[in-house]
Design a protein around this ligand. Sequence first.
Ligand code: MRU
Length: 353
Amino acid sequence: MTAQKSPVSPVTWIEDRVLLIEQNRLPKEYATVEITNSQDMAEAIKTMIVRGAPAIGVAAAYGMYLGAREIETGDRTEFLAKLEQVGELLRSTRPTAVNLFWAISRMLKTANQTTGSVEQVQKTLLEMAKTIQAEDVQTCKDIGDKGLEVLPATPEKLNLLTHCNAGALATAGYGTALGVFRSAWREGRLGRVFADETRPRLQGAKLTTWECVQEGIPVTLIADNMAAHCMKLGMIHAVVVGADRIAANGDAANKIGTYSLAIVAKAHNVPFFVAAPLSTIDFELSDGSQIPIEERDSVEMYQVGTTRICPEGVEFYNPAFDVTPAALISGIITEYGTVAPEDLKQFQAKQLV
Ligand code: MRU
């Protein structure tokens, strides 16, 4: 076993407000932003101060509470109608990660089911936001430990590749894909993390490597187009990535570039796992073609830092996510264990909604 430092938490409730780690500033600077109202929380999600599917779910849950606190009425019906509008505002921020919608629905359901005064409902909503956050930490730890059971048994320590950031910063703490790596590190089974840089926003280069360095986990950064080469040389034992939304048939949306990584892994017989909590599964969608894919501003494509990297007159396409077909996925690692994508439905009854 290796001594572990506690991973960071991107969302913290302090007395009467939320503190978010400003993830756009990492790794250059560790800064936090105070959020005291639902409008600012929506903006923080949109501008990716907080990002990563489970983390935006947690942030949205607190956003719902902040919104509930802003509603000035003692009338329950009016309160619930206005709370729906807060839900609409938060839902409009980012379309792909289903955890956002899941958390908002859970908060609305809580509000509808809580009897008593508006004040009582508001109190209960804060408790529910805290519960969603605490559950996610435990869920990620469980995902991490379940993931250990399916990692390849190798004589040497494991080299594990990931894409984007599915770490503590993308969850309530600990991480999904990085949760598996953390558990493997704790057990002395992890040799090295390989982090794809993850163009265009560089979450791998900026955030995944930062998390690893914080905890002394050996990490090697590679450009997105280097994975096939590394696999051909036998440098990678398995790939573990997170997900933003998984359809009922196991097709999984994750950061753009995940799909090509899965193809490359298949071509080299490298196991390709998706690690995600049940809150990331959208059982209402039969397959991945129905998952809405966010398109982001072209500035993310043409500018690196403050430098423009291509001439004027170029057109851009900037989808933030792609969908990896279930056939390319060796297993989906959840808090209840790992299943083949086609067996995902067995967990439907366990999903908290
Ligand atoms: O655009 P982002 O940074 O929010 O995208 C994040 C990802 O794609 C993660 O891999 C995913 O949300 C899983 S996080 C545990």
